[in-house]
Design a protein around this ligand. Structure first.
Ligand SMILES: *Cc1c(COP(=O)(O)O)cnc(C)c1O
Length: 389
């Protein structure tokens, strides 16, 4: 590792005889063996090399090598989506009879894996309150194998103390698996606090431009070997084209996260005392209940701001419909600012109590702050707040 910025730009697949500066796209399903003996050695894992693009490809290898370096891990595997990564990181390591301790506030599809899919295979789970460290320890069972968390959570922006969980997982010999999609490797490196696996949806900030899906799991070599074996036979691996785009996107991740975080922080400060809002939440605002923890484990506050509009569910929908420039869509981590009303969209399948438990109030609005001029973003939100009164 040289430095974050240099590695994200300079780590590349080997040049071909054409001496290209930018890495080409390798659209090939398989690779030719030099001879029978080399084919044998490749399949026996005695030498490194590409066999078939479901296993590896110069583009996917370049992307995941960068992710491994940036997350300060040993090894990794690239997947076709964040969910393929989330699923494989758990399914490859867990078996019938195992138990997972997870934070209550999870990405919707991850929640469905725990509640609807794993129970069919005899894998059990317990959800714990993110901000209550004592609860994590009391809920550990003899068959607990993994701790699975997201910090900051979506969209509640609740944080979990990574250093504390790192100690806990060591004490009980558990696998700590952290979905680091919201923070990105530029802002937070869970492996520094003892995480064994770091899971990513590259669809969000890593692509950063709302174009492709992708994902990855990076972590300890022995665990990645098991995940790689599982993934090669089962779930979709990342396509070379998406890997090529994502590897290019990583070159600008640092500078984009600086600007996303700056715009988000300024936006949060601007609306902090607004008459039409009940609460504005951002990890680096001093009013965030876990401000000190945010400062301790995150380099920047990230690109997501949430606020609660006065007037609840119906007012929130009127606010969304009053926006003129900002995008109303369910994605996040784009150059374009995206505004979402979780209670009526991404988190509408949860019961009122479940939403309340993870700080998703009827009037909560999530803003994925983009890279447009801050003034234009503020102006649109301001006029929509006035119009929706
Ligand atoms: C989007 C997201 C995922 C799933 O990623 P996909 O690329 O959409 O499959 C997982 N975790 C978090 C926190 C996400 O935001």
């Amino acid at each position: 590792m040289k430095s974050y910025e240099t590695d994200s730009i300079r780590l590349q697949s080997e040049r071909t005889q054409f001496r290209e500066h930018s890495v080409p796209l390798y659209l090939t399903s398989s690779f030719v063996f030099e001879n029978a003996e080399q084919g044998r050695a490749l399949f026996a894992d005695e030498i490194e090399g590409n066999i078939y693009s479901r296993f590896s490809n110069p583009n996917t290898s370049e992307f995941i090598r960068k992710m491994v370096e940036l997350e300060e891990c040993e090894d990794g595997f690239a997947f076709a989506s964040g969910m393929a990564a989330v699923f494989s990181g758990m399914a490859a390591l867990l078996q019938s009879g195992d138990h997972v301790l997870a934070c209550r506030s999870l990405f919707g599809s991850t929640h469905h894996i725990f509640t609807r899919i794993f129970p069919k295979w005899g894998i059990d789970y317990t959800y714990v309150d993110a901000s209550n460290p004592v609860e994590w320890e009391t809920e550990i069972k003899p068959n607990t194998k993994m701790i699975y968390i997201e910090t900051p959570s979506n969209p509640g922006l609740e944080l979990i103390d990574l250093a504390w969980l790192g100690e806990l997982k060591t004490k009980y010999n558990l696998v700590l698996n952290v979905d680091n999609c919201f923070a990105t490797p530029y802002i937070q490196n869970p492996a520094r606090f003892g995480a064994d696996l770091v899971t990513h949806s590259a669809t969000k900030y890593i692509d950063g431009q709302g174009r492709v899906l992708g994902g990855g799991v990076v972590g300890k070599e022995d665990l990645i070997n098991e995940i790689r074996f599982f993934a090669r036979q089962t779930v979709p691996s990342l396509s070379p084209f998406n890997a090529w785009l994502l590897s290019k996107s990583l070159e600008t991740l640092a500078i984009r996260m600086e600007k996303h975080s700056q715009n988000a922080f300024e936006l949060a400060k601007h609306f902090q005392k607004h008459d039409e809002l009940e609460f504005v939440k951002y990890p680096f605002l001093e009013t965030h209940p876990q401000y000190n923890l945010a400062k301790k484990q995150m380099k920047l506050g990230g690109g997501i701001v949430t606020f609660i509009v006065g007037g609840g569910y119906e007012r929130a929908k009127r606010f969304i419909d009053s926006l003129e420039m900002l995008s109303v869509t369910a994605n996040l981590g784009d150059t374009r600012t995206i505004v979402t009303h979780p209670a009526s969209t991404t988190h509408s399948k949860l019961s009122d109590e479940e939403r309340e438990a993870v700080s998703i109030y009827p009037g909560l609005i999530r803003v994925s702050v983009g890279l447009e001029s801050l003034e234009d973003i503020v102006t649109d939100i301001e006029q929509a707040l006035q119009k929706s009164k």
